[in-house]
Ligand binder design. Structure first.
Ligand SMILES: Cc1ncc(COP(=O)(O)O)c(C=O)c1O
Ligand SMILES: N[C@@H](CCOP(=O)(O)O)C(=O)O
Length: 462
């Protein structure tokens, strides 16, 4: 499989190259040059496979010749062997039509582990081939940071600089990052929002002074391999609910549009998906874009679902490219316009092409009500992000017999105060992160200033 940039001018790459490259050199995002297809019979034959086996089966067409099928399966077994639930992403029924897909059984209690446990192994595998090193620069609104750090801490050929918005992640999220004291881990709290941090990361990729001295890599969902691993659980859930003979809808708490874009890819590959519900909090740029065609970024409002406090959703570019005719030159122009003005209108083709998606915006009351409903009606304590997804799922008017699966993206223990405020229940911290509050923290605080962040990275990168 070859990969092309959404902006049309970067070189095409194979899977190993795209995994190490992260962002394309023209500022675009890499996507496969075509979508692999599974027939109904091939999908039916995946029923009942263990998760690691299913993952290898779904991802093999994207990996192509970069890994043999046996090696890919071994890496999947290793990555998913670290999960606390043997189903890896178990599915739970809430009522006749509502289901929860629990994606938080990995080491850092959020869905990011599903992709990042594998990505850490892929980095090691591909870097070993030419004995090279990677300097990862990432941005996090809380969950990507800890999952990426867990995946690469202590590895010889990788170091990681992780930027988070100071004071805008939960205490558990921050400590999951800052208490990892391995010498290759550098936590930077910046004065600003996640959008500011993400913009700095993209600028680093385009900064010749940095890229001339270090090979820069990405752990955010701008890296194609992140999204690829997230496609698998759409297959896992739909197969359990009757695919390919039955359609399934998914409701996805959304920020950077990576998770729900993975659902779009699953549909492109032949999985019968009835609808993809994009659930946002009050940072609702995606809701406005999908319902009105208006993609214009306002200021980020801090909420009790901080990982979704995002106004510039990187992966939306992948969707617009894919549904708008795959014209890299036009996409590049559209995105440069957005980067200049922070506003753009979707084209008619892009709006029509996004017909599988619908969107719902949830405010603080909607979120709290969904948490209480899950607790009182289904006996489930859920986190604020999942609650936004569940609120949106319960608004859907679907044909009888079409189940709707909400992606449960984080463990409630990561957001104990918000969960307790809404439900009166204080979630326990699982033993695998149990002594978090007794550990020493290490981080630097920097102003929201690109030059300060760049200088810090250049000074501390090995
Ligand atoms: C718990 C949680 N839910 C939802 C999201 C949104 O996912 P995405 O950015 O892939 O849209 C995030 C952050 O990515 C998250 O950490
Ligand atoms: N919500 C994320 C923000 C970054 O998203 P990513 O999927 O692009 O890594 C977080 O919690 O860090």
């Amino acid at each position: 499989m070859r990969y092309i940039s959404t902006r049309g001018t970067a070189p095409t790459l194979d899977f190993a190259e795209v995994t190490l490259a992260g962002l394309a050199s023209d500022g675009g995002l890499y996507v496969p040059e075509h979508w692999p297809q599974f027939s109904s019979a091939e999908i039916a034959a995946m029923r009942g496979l263990p998760y690691a086996e299913l993952a290898a089966r779904v991802m093999q067409p994207f990996v192509g010749e970069s890994l043999t099928p046996d090696r890919l399966r071994e890496l999947c077994e290793q990555a998913y062997g670290r999960f606390a639930h043997c189903a890896v992403t178990p599915l739970k029924q809430l009522d006749e039509s509502q289901w929860l897909l629990e994606l938080f059984h990995g080491p850092t209690l959020a869905f990011k582990d599903v992709a990042l446990q594998l990505l850490g192994l892929l980095f090691e595998e591909f870097l070993a081939r030419d004995e090279s090193r990677l300097t990862i620069v990432g941005a996090t609104s809380g969950d990507t940071g800890s999952a990426a750090i867990d995946a690469v801490a202590g590895r010889d050929n990788v170091e990681i600089f992780m930027l988070h918005p100071s004071g805008r992640v939960s205490d558990v999220q921050r400590r999951q990052m800052t208490t990892v004291l391995a010498p290759n881990v550098h936590n930077i709290a910046i004065d600003g929002s996640f959008d500011d941090a993400q913009a700095m990361v993209k600028r680093i990729f385009a900064d010749a002074e940095v890229t001339g001295r270090h090979r820069i890599g990405a752990v955010n969902s701008i890296n194609w391999a992140r999204l690829m691993a997230q496609i698998v659980y759409y297959f896992a859930a739909a197969l359990q609910l009757g695919a390919p003979d039955r359609k399934v809808a998914f409701s996805v708490p959304t920020g950077n549009f990576g998770d729900v874009f993975a659902g779009h890819v699953a549909a492109r590959m032949g999985l019968p998906i009835e609808r993809l519900v994009v659930a946002t909090n009050v940072n609702d740029i995606l809701h406005r874009a999908l319902s009105e065609g208006d993609y214009s970024a306002g200021e980020v409002t801090p909420t009790a679902a901080p990982s979704m406090d995002i106004q510039v959703s990187s992966n939306f570019e992948r969707l617009l490219f894919d549904v708008g005719g795959r014209d890299g030159m036009a996409m590049g122009e559209q995105m440069r316009g957005f980067e200049g003005s922070r506003a753009m209108l979707l084209t008619e083709a892009q709006r029509a092409g996004a017909g599988l998606f619908t969107s719902v915006r949830a405010d603080a009351d909607d979120m709290a009500r969904a948490m209480r409903w899950a607790c009182e009606e289904a006996g489930e304590v859920i986190d604020p992000h999942t609650a936004i997804g569940l609120h949106a799922a319960r608004q859907q008017d679907l044909a009888p017999g079409v189940p709707v699966v909400t992606l449960a993206t984080a463990h409630p223990a990561k957001f104990r105060d918000a969960v307790e405020r809404a439900t009166g229940m204080r979630p326990y911290l699982p033993t695998r992160v149990g002594d978090l509050f007794a550990r020493e923290e290490r981080l630097v605080e920097l102003p929201g200033d690109y030059d300060a962040v760049k200088a810090h990275i250049l000074e501390h990168a090995a």
